[in-house]
Design a protein around this ligand. Structure first.
Ligand code: CTP
Ligand code: CA
Length: 223
């Protein structure tokens, strides 16, 4: 069937998108993870592909299926996500929508940890690589436009602005995920786009509309 995919203002551009949570194993049957449906990252990948981009979609185990018309790379852990991202470079732009687990279990167990009358397991953690920061700071093959996300519950603008500087990315899409907003797990999003030139407050809209607007902005930036 003929679709709108294929031709548009991003035709010929190669864009990397990370999405979904990562799962960090405790043992073969248990893991730790961030809450993430993958809906916003999936919508962004779809919107970029609809403008003609070749999208490499690196996704953790999300609730929603990946979009049509993108190259899907499925991973579980943050370390695997970093490997997949580095293998996908070079790219014209990269959008980091994944909710990466900040920590993994330092030595996950190869066999199931059994309940043992009152003896509680103690987990030791190791810090995961920061994929966004790693890519932002690459020398030779840094994508021309690197976009990060910042889901915050407090001081959204200040935290996200500091995050942009710390990680070295070009744009941060910031949103307030405190429970009162009802954003987390929902179909809508209310974001701020933070760039070197300042900040735009976008009205609350569907995740699809956020994605379409962001894709249009990316197309403008890539010229
Ligand atoms: N990110 C990443 N790799 C990580 C952690 C985060 O690529 N190990 C990316 C996310 O995909 C997102 C951005 O970095 O685009 C910000 O993630 P966030 O969790 O808000 O930032 P952190 O630096 O982990 O700070 P915090 O302590 O607030 O969790
Ligand atoms: Ca984090």
């Amino acid at each position: 069937i003929e679709t709108a995919l294929g031709q548009g203002s991003l035709t010929g551009k190669r864009i990397l998108v990370t999405s979904g949570p990562t799962h960090e194993p405790i043992d073969p049957v248990r893991y730790i993870a961030n809450r993430s449906s993958g809906a916003q990252g999936t919508a962004i990948a779809h919107a970029l592909a609809a403008l003609g981009a070749h999208v490499i979609f690196v996704t953790g185990p999300a609730d929603v299926p990946p979009p049509q018309g993108v190259q899907v790379v499925r991973i579980e852990t943050a370390q695997q996500m970093l490997q997949a991202v580095e293998a996908a470079l070079p790219a014209d732009a990269a959008v980091f929508a994944a909710a990466v687990a900040d920590w993994r279990v330092a030595s996950s167990s190869g066999s199931k940890i059994k309940k043992d009358a009152g003896r509680l397991p103690v987990l030791e953690f190791a810090e995961n690589p920061d994929i966004l920061a790693t890519v932002s700071q690459r020398k030779a093959d840094r994508p021309g436009l690197v976009v990060g996300f910042a889901a915050e519950t407090d001081d959204v603008i200040a935290n996200a602005t500091a995050k942009r500087a710390r990680k070295g990315c070009d744009w941060i899409v910031a949103n307030d995920v405190s429970p009162a907003t009802g954003i987390m797990g929902g179909t809508e999003n209310a974001v701020h786009l933070i760039t070197a030139h300042g900040r735009e407050d976008w009205p609350r809209m569907s995740k699809q509309d956020v994605a379409a607007r962001l894709a249009t902005r990316i197309a403008q930036a890539l010229g």
